[in-house]
Design a protein around this ligand. Structure first.
Ligand code: FFO
Ligand code: GTP
Ligand code: MG
Length: 446
C-alpha cells in the first residue's frame, strides 16, 4: 500500500555511531541485499558487513530487523547502526536509495506510526518536541506524554461527554417526558467538572509554556545601565558591544544561554529613552516588542546614578506588564550608590555588578524557572492542542443553554461538536462509539 522510506535518524556530523532507518514492505529485501545475508531474524542485533550497489564493502555495522506489526511504525523496519561521521551513513543511505527506496519526509516515520495506530497525535507531538526540549523539566513532561498522559486525559474527557450525550440521545427518544432531575444534575455536574478541568489545564499550559518552548528573558533599562555588559557576562563572552556612550545598542540581540537546567533565550535590548535618532527609535520600538514577547523581564537600573525620568519610564513599563515575571536588578554595585531605590522596593531589587558578580541574579532566575517547572500538572504542548480544548470548552458552554430549555437536539449537536474537538487532539472522530456507549450504559428495551 505505501512505499518504503528511509532516512538517517541521527545528527549529521561527527559522532561515534549513526543510525539509518528503513520502513515499509521492501525493508527486509533491502537488508538482505546490502548485508548479503538471508534468514535475517527479527529483533536480533546482527553484526554484519554492508556493501554498496557495486559490491564494495562500506562498513561493519549492527543491523536490526523489526517485522511488522511489531515495530515503531507498525511496518517492516530495518535499522543499520553504522560507524558515525559524515561519509558512512550517507553511503549506506545512497545504497538504499539506489535500490528504489524513497527518502522519508520529515516526521514521516512518526506519521506512519500514527496511521498504523502505534501512537496517537499527542504521543507523536511529544516525540517531536522532546528532541527540541530546552530543559530537564520539559523532557519529563514530554516523557509522560509519550507514555500517554494527555491521551488518557482526552480519553476520559471524551467518555464524560459521551456519557452526557448518551443520556440526551435516550431522552430525545422519550421526548414527551421531562428530563428527570437526577439526570439533569448528573449531566450538568459532568459538564461543569470537565469545563473546570479544561480551564485548569489551559491555565497551567500558558503558565508553564516556557518549559517547553524555552523561556525568553529580556534585559531592559534606560541607556548605559549595563544591559549589554550583563548579557556578555551571562554568556561568558563579549557578544555585544559595550561602551560608556548612551545608546550603544541599536538592535535587539538574542542568544541562548544555560541557566541551571534550563536553556533560555536571552535578549539584550536598546536602552529605552526619548530619542530623535531614526535608527535608535526603531531599536527602541524593538525593545518594546521584546517587553511584550518576554516571559521574564530583567529590569536593570544603574546604582551609581540618581533615579531619573528615564528610570521612571522603565518602572512604569514593569508596573504595567501582566503574565510576565519581573526581576529588578540594580547594577554597578561595585560603585558608590547614588540611586534612590524607594520606588523599586516592592520588586525586591537585587544588587548586582555585571563587572564584579551577579550570582544573586542567576540564583533568582534558577529559582523562578524551578518554581515554574515544579508540579505534576498536565500540560498542553502545542497551540493545536490548546485550540482544540478551547473549542471543546466553548461547545460545552453552548450546549448548556439549550439543555436548560430542554432542547435536547441542540444540546446533542453542541456536545457532538465538543466530542469532535476533544477527540481531534489524539485521533479523528469515530461516530460508532457514541452508539456503543448508548447501548453499553442503557437498557433501551425498557
Ligand atoms: N534504535 C532505535 N532507538 C530508538 C528508537 C528507534 O526507532 N530505534 N525510537 C524511536 O522513536 C525510540 C524508542 N521507541 C520505540 C517504540 C516502539 C518500538 C517497537 O518496536 N515497538 C513494537 C514492539 C513493542 C515491544 O516490543 O514492546 C510495537 O509497538 O509493536 C521501537 C522503538 C528511541 N530509541
Ligand atoms: N563599574 C561598573 N561599570 C559597569 C558595570 N556594568 C556596565 N558598566 C559600564 O557601563 C557602561 C555602559 O554599559 P553597557 O553594557 O554598554 O550599557 P547598556 O545598558 O547596554 O547601554 P545601551 O546599549 O546604550 O542602552 C560601560 O562603560 C560599562 O563598562 C558594572 O557592573 N560596574
Ligand atoms: Mg547595550
Amino acid at each position: 500500500m505505501t512505499d518504503t522510506i528511509t532516512a538517517i535518524a541521527t545528527a549529521h556530523g561527527v559522532s561515534s555511531i549513526s543510525i539509518i532507518r528503513v520502513s515499509g514492505k521492501d525493508s527486509l529485501a533491502v537488508a538482505e541485499q546490502i548485508s548479503k545475508k538471508n534468514g535475517i531474524k527479527p529483533r536480533y542485533a546482527h553484526l554484519t558487513s554492508l556493501y554498496n550497489q557495486h559490491n564494495e564493502l562500506i562498513d561493519q555495522a549492527i543491523m536490526i530487523y523489526f517485522a511488522a506489526p511489531y515495530s515503531f511504525t507498525g511496518e517492516d523496519v530495518v535499522e543499520f547502526q553504522c560507524h558515525g561521521g559524515m561519509i558512512v551513513a550517507q553511503e549506506i543511505l545512497d545504497t538504499i536509495l539506489a535500490s528504489g527506496v524513497r527518502l522519508a519526509e520529515p516526521g514521516e516515520f512518526s506519521k506512519r506510526a500514527f496511521l498504523n495506530g502505534k501512537i496517537d497525535l499527542t504521543e507523536a507531538e511529544a516525540i517531536s518536541r522532546l528532541i527540541e526540549a530546552k530543559s530537564v523539566d520539559a523532557a519529563k513532561i514530554l516523557a509522560k506524554q509519550m507514555k500517554g498522559e494527555l491521551k488518557d486525559f482526552v480519553e476520559e474527557s471524551r467518555e464524560a461527554l459521551l456519557r452526557s450525550l448518551a443520556y440526551s440521545e435516550v431522552m430525545i427518544d422519550y421526548a414527551e417526558e421531562d428530563i428527570p432531575d437526577d439526570i439533569m444534575t448528573s449531566i450538568l455536574s459532568q459538564l461543569d467538572g470537565l469545563t473546570e478541568k479544561i480551564e485548569q489545564v489551559v491555565e497551567a499550559s500558558h503558565r508553564r509554556r516556557g518549559l517547553i518552548e524555552g523561556f525568553k528573558v529580556a534585559i531592559i533599562g534606560k541607556p548605559n545601565v549595563g544591559k549589554s555588559s550583563l548579557l556578555n557576562a551571562l554568556l561568558s563572552y563579549e557578544r555585544a558591544i559595550v561602551s560608556d556612550i548612551a545608546g550603544t545598542t541599536r538592535d535587539t540581540i538574542e542568544e541562548q544561554v544555560r541557566i541551571g537546567s534550563h536553556i533560555i533565550r536571552l535578549v539584550d535590548t536598546a536602552g529605552i529613552r526619548e530619542s530623535d535618532d531614526t535608527i535608535e527609535k526603531i531599536g527602541i520600538e524593538r525593545s518594546m516588542s521584546s517587553v511584550e514577547d518576554a516571559d521574564v523581564l530583567i529590569a536593570l537600573f544603574d546604582g551609581s546614578r540618581p533615579f531619573d525620568g528615564e528610570d521612571a519610564k522603565i518602572l512604569s513599563i514593569i508596573e504595567e506588564v501582566e503574565d510576565t515575571h519581573v526581576i529588578v536588578a540594580i547594577n554597578k554595585s561595585d560603585l558608590e550608590k547614588k540611586l534612590d531605590t524607594a520606588l523599586l522596593e516592592r520588586f525586591d531589587p537585587l544588587e548586582v555588578s555585571a563587572k564584579k558578580g551577579f550570582v544573586k541574579l542567576t540564583d533568582a532566575l534558577k529559582k523562578l524557572f524551578d518554581s515554574i517547572g515544579e508540579g505534576e500538572e498536565l500540560m498542553l504542548i502545542s497551540t493545536r492542542q490548546i485550540e482544540a480544548v478551547e473549542r471543546a470548552k466553548n461547545a460545552i458552554m453552548e450546549a448548556k443553554e439549550p439543555l436548560a430549555r430542554g432542547e435536547l437536539e441542540f444540546f446533542s449537536y453542541h456536545l457532538q461538536e465538543a466530542v469532535k474537538a476533544i477527540s481531534s487532539i489524539s485521533k479523528p472522530y469515530e461516530n460508532e462509539e457514541i452508539l456503543d456507549k448508548m447501548f453499553g450504559e442503557f437498557c433501551l428495551g425498557k
